[in-house]
Ligand binder design. Structure first.
Ligand code: GLA
Length: 531
């Protein structure tokens, strides 16, 4: 009892009561996401951006028993729907905004959804959702593994929740010094076009395969001569590379600073002597230039290629990333699957990265996303995988926070090794809807008391998503009544998004909301003004 009181006093809060609860959070995985109904439900963002003249591919994400029949009313001229797969393809010639009614029907029922197609300058109107090879396969990636990841995205059902991109990270190119025969070969052909390593014998075929599943595909390079892993980068071949990616049919490019710092420092008299990774950092035009260049060349392609800047937040990238055609930008060093870190220079933990994004948050908007790095749930491990070292509650924190921050959601695990817990963590449509909200706001920390952090994000429908986080090692109970600090007034309905359950209707003038937040855990609520 004494310790409970101490905690309450130490925090010195304006809550009515604040007590440490008796029980510890379960360390064994526990699933909160309710099973999706067998009747159809259409998920995913309610807006999609495309440029005039670019190939269009959008797969209607819907849960429910198959077979399903899809429909799309008021589809603009130039687009067509495959009623069996839900894939919308084609091309729009000119700018415009189109309101379409999507439908999905199976033997048990039907569902509909209003969907906005915006044909204009901007793409990635909601944060990209997908998978990236780095956090699981790292240097051991291959076309075969990428295809299997795409298959797993479909088989696991994640495609039905809006997950789209299958991104190849480093090591699809040949390596500067590796003895591995599958990484050894020419960097470029006689005309200077990039040559993939033998693990990737047919890049166009790979892209076609992924597109055939209704998914999209991404690639990785560096503005320097070498990627961070020491493979061939795009330096002095930027235009050719942009053309090549478009020709192959890629939809996403992660462009990683790596050896470029040495280029700016004038150290390229001998390319083989240029270091691969990470140094030195630059500011101003020196930091911006390489991204401007590739951004321009990507924009010249007749294909929508999401441009993802990876330079670890250098020179406050969130202030200028949009101006170089960037769609997302890493704000930090590399993430690892730990709750906290103390001894890593360039790596960050879920808390050190996730809870330090406030400066960048106001710069998030449709087409421009802050990227606190990829997800570290499931089987991760950079070439030698293990189950994420985060506890279940830490993983709920991780996903909730990334969704509140409107971060790109890139699964980093081996998707062939999904367990039920991880799959459920990644398929809660009400949680994902917070990330995919069309208003495009990034949450900031509104209340910070002791171990408690309360993050809030404004939503398009006028509601607010609120994450009540507990960074402490003990569960926290509180009676929350500081609604005015969250800008909430009058009567509000509170819904628990992980459980997909209405919790209570509160009169913000006089009621308080009882909350129990697990150790290192979260309650993710949506508040909507009561009618
Ligand atoms: C850097 C990036 C990682 C990954 C590796 C590849 O470390 O931050 O996400 O792309 O390079 O070498």
């Amino acid at each position: 009892m004494k310790s409970r009181l101490l905690l309450a006093l130490a925090l010195g809060l304006a809550w009515n009561t604040l007590l440490a609860a008796d029980t510890n959070a379960p360390a064994t995985p526990y699933i909160l996401t309710p099973a999706a109904p067998a009747t159809p439900r259409i998920n995913g963002a309610n807006v999609f951006g495309v440029r005039p003249g670019s190939p269009f591919l959008y797969t209607i994400a819907a849960t429910g028993d198959r077979p399903m029949k899809f429909s799309a009313r008021n589809l603009p001229r130039g687009l067509k729907l495959d009623a069996k797969t839900g894939q919308i393809t084609g091309m729009l010639k000119s700018q415009g905004e189109f309101i379409v009614t999507l439908g999905a029907k199976n033997s048990l029922g039907a569902a509909g959804k209003i969907f906005r197609i915006v044909c204009g300058d901007q793409i990635a109107l909601t944060p990209p959702m997908g998978w990236n090879s780095w956090n699981c396969f790292a240097h051991a990636v291959s076309a075969d593994r990428v295809k299997r990841a795409a298959d797993a995205m479909v088989k696991s059902g994640l495609i039905n929740h809006g997950w789209t991109y299958i991104n190849v990270d480093d090591y699809w190119e040949n390596h500067r010094s590796s003895k591995d025969p599958t990484l050894t070969g020419p960097f470029r052909d006689a005309k200077g076009f990039i040559v993939p390593n033998v693990r990737f014998p047919d890049m166009k075929g790979l892209a076609d395969y992924v597109h055939g599943l209704g998914l999209k595909i991404g690639l990785y390079s560096s503005p320097g001569p070498w990627t961070c892993g020491g493979c061939a980068g795009s330096w002095q071949h930027e235009q050719q590379d942009a053309q090549t990616y478009a020709k192959w049919g890629f939809d996403y490019l992660k462009y990683d600073w790596c050896s470029y710092g040495d280029v700016v420092s004038g150290l390229v008299t001998n390319v083989m002597k240029v270091k691969s990774s990470g140094t030195p950092h630059k500011t101003g035009d020196e930091a911006i230039h390489p991204y401007q260049l590739m951004g321009k060349f990507l924009r010249e392609q007749k294909r929508d290629i999401v441009f993802s800047l990876c330079q670890y937040g250098m020179d406050d990238v969130w202030k200028w990333g949009g101006s170089v055609n960037g769609n997302c930008w890493r704000t930090t060093g590399d993430i690892i699957d730990l709750w906290a870190t103390t001894d890593h220079k360039w790596q960050g933990s879920v808390t050190s990265i996730g809870f330090s994004q406030d400066a960048a948050a106001p710069f998030a908007k449709p087409g421009n996303w802050n990227d606190p790095d990829m997800l570290v749930v499931g089987e991760v491990g950079w070439g030698k995988t293990h189950p994420s070292r985060l506890t279940p509650d830490e993983q709920y924190t991780h996903i909730s926070l990334w969704c509140l921050l409107a971060a790109p959601l890139l699964i980093g695990c081996d998707m062939e090794k999904f367990d039920d817990f991880t799959l459920n963590l990644l398929s809660n449509d009400e949680v994902l809807a917070i990330d995919q909200d069309a208003l495009g706001k990034g949450a900031t920390c509104v209340i910070n008391h002791g171990d408690v952090r309360i993050y809030e994000k404004e939503l398009e429908d006028g509601g607010r998503a609120v994450g009540f986080f507990n960074l402490g090692a003990m569960p926290v109970e509180l009676k929350f009544n500081e609604f005015s600090r969250l800008g909430l007034a009058g009567k509000q309905n509170a819904r628990d998004l992980w459980r997909q359950k209405d919790v209570v209707a509160v009169d913000t003038a006089k009621d308080s909301l009882p909350l129990t937040i697990p150790a290192h855990g979260v309650l993710l609520y949506k508040f909507t003004a009561a009618k």
